[in-house]
Design a protein around this ligand. Structure first.
Ligand SMILES: Cc1cc2nc3c(=O)[nH]c(=O)nc-3n(C[C@H](O)[C@H](O)[C@H](O)COP(=O)(O)OP(=O)(O)OC[C@H]3O[C@@H](n4cnc5c(N)ncnc54)[C@H](O)[C@@H]3O)c2cc1C
Length: 329
């Protein structure tokens, strides 16, 4: 059927465990270096292609020959503009746009029990689009992610929720590649996400798969008839076909129907689709294998530089950069 299962090791820590890990990292570091929370970097200072320091939002200047910028997905647009101003070479990655799907755990039992998460890739028959599954959360909850005022959806799972939550959520993402003359993929994805916000009064949309296929919006009444209790209570029932391009919707429908063969029940009319889920990692600068840019001493990494797409990789990226800086000291 043309669906590929990628080999990947997955370890579920749980949202609450992440907080404990971050607290331990903070406790270890806090007396060894200066950490400033809620402090925004505005600009960088470069002289003769050599890093000199950074300027904070309050105009305070911090001097350093080595700077590592990892602003996450939310800061990816800021970083791309910053690097463009410095004349650096940026390549436009794809941008991924899709929905978060929510089904009962019972539909996903085989995958949840044997793999926890299946990383599946599918080339759709009609438009030959690549659609992939991403960030699956057995017994999870769908949440809203606020990208500086643009509301998108995401999902997570608490370890302690395992017996208390009854739905699995996962993202289905359609890769969008752009060619000349357009080179603003982040703006494109944000525009689409804003459209969903506009139609749901600043919120995100939820739609039953059956309604999407019938070409009608979901309403409160139709949602109440559904068999799945949405975990994101604030999502507004609506019509994702008014938000996503026809090609994206068709590819998502084909992916859901293909997944129904892997996990029967996945393409039920009651399956919930939340939109929009978008991954904004986009412009990737030219980098050495140590993540140093064409400017000496300026390193960029993590999700915001289009380098990583997850916690383990983003953390490893930081370790590589730190080791390289230490080598040069
Ligand atoms: C709801 C949710 C669930 C997720 N679940 C998983 C999961 O199960 N597994 C997984 O591997 N990944 C998951 N992820 C993704 C994971 O969180 C990211 O891949 C990872 O955090 C990326 O790390 P990063 O250091 O690149 O960026 P971030 O963790 O986003 O950190 C970037 C930091 O930079 C700050 N910043 C931005 N701009 C500036 C600026 N101008 N000045 C100063 N600071 C700035 C931001 O405020 C932020 O604190 C999830 C993400 C979300 C939102």
């Amino acid at each position: 059927m043309g669906m590929k299962l990628l080999k990947a090791k997955v370890r579920h820590l749980g949202t609450e465990e992440n907080l404990k890990i971050l607290t331990r990292i903070y406790e270890y570091l806090k007396d060894r270096l200066e950490i400033r929370h809620r402090t925004k970097v505005k600009e960088i200072i470069v002289e003769n292609q050599q890093m000199k320091g950074i300027v904070l939002e309050n105009d305070e200047i911090l001097f350093s020959d080595h700077v590592f910028i990892a602003p996450g997905r939310d800061g990816s647009e800021w970083l791309a503009n910053l690097l463009k101003e410095q004349g650096l070479t940026l390549t436009n990655n794809q941008v991924d746009i899709g929905v978060r799907v929510e089904v009962p755990n019972t539909v996903m039992t085989d995958i949840n029990e044997h793999l926890y998460e299946a990383k599946l890739i599918y080339n759709t028959p009609t438009f030959n689009n690549t659609v992939r599954t991403f960030c699956s959360n057995p017994s999870g909850r769908v949440v809203i992610e606020n990208h500086s005022g643009v509301m998108t959806v995401n999902g997570h799972a608490f370890k302690e929720d395992y017996e208390k939550q009854f739905n699995t959520n996962l993202a289905l993402l359609v890769s969008h590649h752009f060619t000349e003359p357009f080179n603003e993929p982040i703006q494109y994805a944000k525009y689409i996400s804003r459209l969903a916000n506009m139609l749901s009064n600043g919120n995100v949309i939820v739609q039953r798969f059956g309604d999407l296929k019938k070409g009608r919006r979901s309403t409160e009444k139709r949602m109440k008839k559904g068999f799945i209790e949405p975990t994101l209570k604030t999502a507004i029932p609506g019509d994702l076909a008014l938000v996503l391009p026809h090609r994206t919707v068709t590819s998502l429908i084909e992916m859901i129907e293909a997944l129904d063969k892997v996990s029967p029940g996945f393409a039920s009319e009651h399956t919930l689709l939340y939109g929009v889920e978008a991954k904004f990692y986009s412009a990737r600068p030219k980098l050495k294998n140590t993540f140093e840019t064409e400017i000496k001493g300026l390193y960029v990494g993590g999700d915001g530089a289009g380098v990583t797409r997850g916690l383990a990789q983003a953390s490893a990226c930081g370790v590589v950069v730190a080791r390289d800086i230490l080598k040069q000291k």
